[in-house]
Design a protein around this ligand. Structure first.
Ligand code: FES
Length: 123
């Protein structure tokens, strides 16, 4: 079995705040459908997958999409961004700077670091 080259996770719990009222459609279900449609249209179904996820712990950044194994985090993503995410990021390997969440803002691993586990498994 081969691996996916890109696995996109779309948070289905995001409720974009007022700061994302930009006239675009911020709807996780429609976004996932648009991403899947573009993946299918470009014949990428064998290599690229788009799945719903629960909260990705970046709730202040609007609609979240994370792409693995590249670990590219996008925030404030609208349905209108689906085509260029697939075309520019997945196919061409370019990060969309207007959507990218800077690494220093990511909370990945910060909780794990604060919950120190002793070598014997207790904490
Ligand atoms: S609700 Fe979407 S990242 Fe938390």
């Amino acid at each position: 079995m081969s691996k996916f080259t890109h696995h996109l996770f779309i948070c289905n719990k995001c409720k974009p705040s007022k700061k994302f009222r930009d006239g675009k459609t911020h709807d996780s279900g429609k976004l996932r459908s648009a991403l899947k449609k573009e993946i299918k249209r470009l014949g990428l179904k064998a290599e690229v997958r788009a799945n719903d996820s629960g909260c990705l712990d970046m709730c202040d950044d609007g609609q979240i999409v994370v792409i693995y194994p590249q670990a590219i985090w996008y925030g404030g993503v609208a349905v209108e961004d689906a085509e260029r995410i697939i075309r520019e990021t997945v196919l061409e390997g370019n990060v969309l700077e207007d959507l990218r969440i800077p690494d220093e803002r990511l909370r990945c691993g910060k909780r794990a670091k604060s919950a120190k586990v002793e070598p014997n498994g207790s904490n």
